[in-house]
Design a binder for this molecule. Structure first.
Ligand code: GUN
Length: 187
């Protein structure tokens, strides 16, 4: 058993990746389109409230929506308030690693390098996204509120030491619609 110098011993659950190898984590067969469309609704609400049009949800292995999050640019003009980064932090605090290994992060747009990293560190097993970063970049250009990175999340995740399954782009034209109007009006 591993012990710290204090009185608290570390149970294996603290080290999920050492006892939950990829081959033991099976991800559920879910209807991605239903959950992605939910992220589009969340994204639209975030934009109505003055933030940016991005939304994310975390869905558990049994198909239950565990968390929802819109982009959190407002109220503080937080440029790191991406929906996926915030929800990954929340998920990591609220759920056990075993639960998150079987969970799916749905996002209206492809997670940027920061958000892919956050999902990785939270231990989320799968990412499903709508709009690709490459296409988002063609819409936002070098907008000061969204100078899109254009780094495929698969490339970020490929540098990690455990597998995160990635599905996307999916429903991409639908996902692009709100960005076309939003960023044009924000020019
Ligand atoms: N994927 C993604 N890109 C963003 N760019 C600015 N905000 C966001 C966000 O919440 N999600």
């Amino acid at each position: 058993m591993l012990c710290l110098t204090g009185s608290r011993s570390l149970e294996p659950a603290v080290f999920p990746f050492s006892f939950l190898p990829d081959r033991f984590v099976s991800l559920p067969d879910l209807d991605h389109t239903v959950f992605l469309r939910r992220t589009f609704d969340i994204a639209a609400k975030a934009a109505e409230e003055g933030s940016h049009p991005f939304g994310a949800i975390v869905v558990g292995a049994d198909g239950t929506i565990l968390l929802e999050q819109g982009n959190a640019y407002l109220p503080d003009h937080d440029m790191t308030g991406h929906a996926e980064r915030v929800i990954a932090t929340r998920a990591s605090k609220a759920y056990r690693p075993e639960e998150l290994a079987g969970a799916t992060l749905y996002s209206s747009a492809e997670p940027c390098a920061m958000c892919a990293g956050a999902a990785y560190w939270a231990g989320i097993g799968r990412i499903v996204y709508g709009l690709s970063e490459a296409r988002l970049k063609t819409i936002t250009g070098n907008h000061p509120e969204n100078p899109t990175l254009d780094m495929p999340c698969r490339e970020v995740l490929a540098t990690g030491q455990r597998t995160v399954e990635v599905v996307g782009p999916m429903l991409e034209d639908e996902a692009a619609e709100m960005h076309l109007t939003f960023w044009a009006s924000r020019a």
